[in-house]
Design a protein around this ligand. Structure first.
Ligand code: NOJ
Length: 454
């Protein structure tokens, strides 16, 4: 589809619309063993051969732990008013529970104070995939104790930071960390199979709502959300088999976590699949505890998926027809560029009715950036952002209450199993020297945001 020329300005979204950038502790902090921090599952997993491309590890990452002041200056220079970051659980509770690490807490106090001094609103993600290794040894997300451990962590963060931080995201993409980390073994902790995945799903759904309740009780005037990865799911052909396969995938990718959070329990439609997954019968009694009245839903969107029936794949009997096969535009991650899909998923989530407000808590693209003579001319990324922001405006005009957009990411960082090779930043990072260079997409954002008063 031809996209109309880009003429929007940030102010067209209204004065109270939130524009920001997002990062996550394991991806940018580094300082993995400093000032009393305990190891996380990513420190350990990345040591295993073949798990992360090129053997990259998050030990130093962007060295944000030491450079946060300069990096926040970049956030300000680009004109963003919101900075989303996560708390490294093992920095504040090295054993995951028990003894608190004062120096770890101090880092986040300093970071929050620095944001506020610069007029930047801090947004905290409680859990962005970096479980303390000490807890993984005791079962991690498969253990029923995880809910007690997580609640302790959430309470600590709420009590420490809640006086100054009002915007909270309980979990980052529970589908991401349960499926990649506990079913497919592609992410930390590298576990596989339904016997790990199912309890992880159940416990994460509980943590998502418990976290909301803890924040509501301890933080005055809190604005509480949680974030979901979501992809429009399209059947490859209009055959019944492909349509049914796409529906099953939709349950797994989009509906599995948001519906329990909204008080609907696990999706009824596609019951056969859920019964096979043994989720429905064993967990129906938790329906109330899965639910929480979130102030906003954090929607994280990168690409749509096209699905065909495939009887060789157990249970789900579906597989993706990749963008490369379909010969459609895609990013360096081989993810399809399709702003219409973003528009559709915004509409779809809004249709639930129980959603009060949507914040796009992540959207962005990796490209094969080249730094030449101090310039990164990432025209593809600029075009990506323009198309997606246009799609968001279209949804907004049609009544979707979308109130914010946080670009992923401030700077290139540790992209999980892809290591440092996949670059999503508005700012280029030379990982040898830690030199930062604002990419042209960063400058583009600065001019797009210019004059925005919110
Ligand atoms: C979603 C995750 O929250 C984030 O950590 C990751 O880097 C981006 N997707 C890009 O893959």
């Amino acid at each position: 589809m031809d996209t109309p020329p880009f003429t929007l300005k940030a102010r067209d979204f209204g004065p109270d619309f939130k524009w920001g950038v997002a990062v996550a502790a394991a991806q940018n902090e580094g300082a993995w063993n400093q000032d009393g921090r305990g190891p996380s599952i990513w420190d350990v997993f990345s040591r295993r051969q073949g798990k992360v491309k090129n053997g990259h590890r998050p030990t130093i990452a962007c060295d944000f732990y030491h450079r946060y002041k300069d990096d926040l200056m970049l956030v300000k220079a680009l004109g963003f008013k919101v900075f989303r970051f996560s708390i490294s659980w093992s920095r504040v509770l090295p054993e995951g529970t028990g003894k608190v690490n004062k120096e770890g807490l101090q880092f986040y106090h300093n970071l929050i104070d620095e944001c506020l001094a610069l007029g930047i609103e801090p947004w905290i993600t409680l859990y962005h995939w970096d479980l303390p290794q000490a807890l993984e040894k005791q079962g991690g997300w498969t253990s029923h104790l995880i809910n007690r451990w997580f609640n302790r962590f959430a309470t600590l963060c709420a009590e420490e930071f809640g006086d100054r931080v009002k915007h909270w995201i309980v979990l980052n993409e529970p589908m991401g960390f349960t499926s990649l980390g506990y079913m497919l073994g592609k992410h930390a902790p590298g576990r596989t199979g339904l016997s790990n995945f199912l309890p992880a799903v159940h416990h994460a759904a509980l943590a998502q709502a418990d976290g909301g309740r803890i924040l509501r009780d301890s933080v005055k005037k809190a604005h509480i959300g949680t974030s979901f990865s979501c992809s429009e799911v399209l059947p490859y052909t209009d055959s019944t088999l492909d349509i049914q396969a796409a529906n099953r995938m939709d349950i797994l990718l989009n509906r599995l976590f948001i519906e329990p959070a909204l008080g609907k329990g696990f999706p009824d439609e596609g019951m056969q699949l859920l019964e096979k997954l043994r989720l429905h019968n064993t967990t129906w009694k938790y329906t109330n505890r899965y639910a929480f009245d979130f102030d906003f839903i954090g929607l994280q969107h990168y690409f749509p998926v096209v699905i065909r029936h495939n009887s060789f794949i157990p249970i789900i009997q579906a597989s993706e027809v990749k963008p490369v096969t379909r010969k459609v535009p895609h990013t360096a991650m081989k993810w399809e560029v399709n702003p219409n899909a973003f528009y559709h998923i915004l509409k779809k989530f809004w249709k639930y009715g129980a959603v009060k407000e949507i914040i796009v808590t992540e959207n962005g693209a990796a490209y094969h950036d080249q730094l030449k003579d101090g310039v990164v001319n990432d025209v593809e990324r600029i075009s990506y952002f323009q198309q997606y922001i246009q799609a968001m405006m279209r949804a907004k005009k049609e009544g979707v209450n979308v109130k914010g957009y946080l670009a992923w990411s401030l700077m290139d960082n540790f992209e999980w199993a892809e290591g440092y090779q996949a670059r999503f930043g508005l700012v280029h990072v030379d990982f040898k020297t830690q030199l930062r260079t604002i990419k042209n997409s960063g400058y583009w954002f600065r001019s797009f945001l210019g004059g925005h008063s919110g």
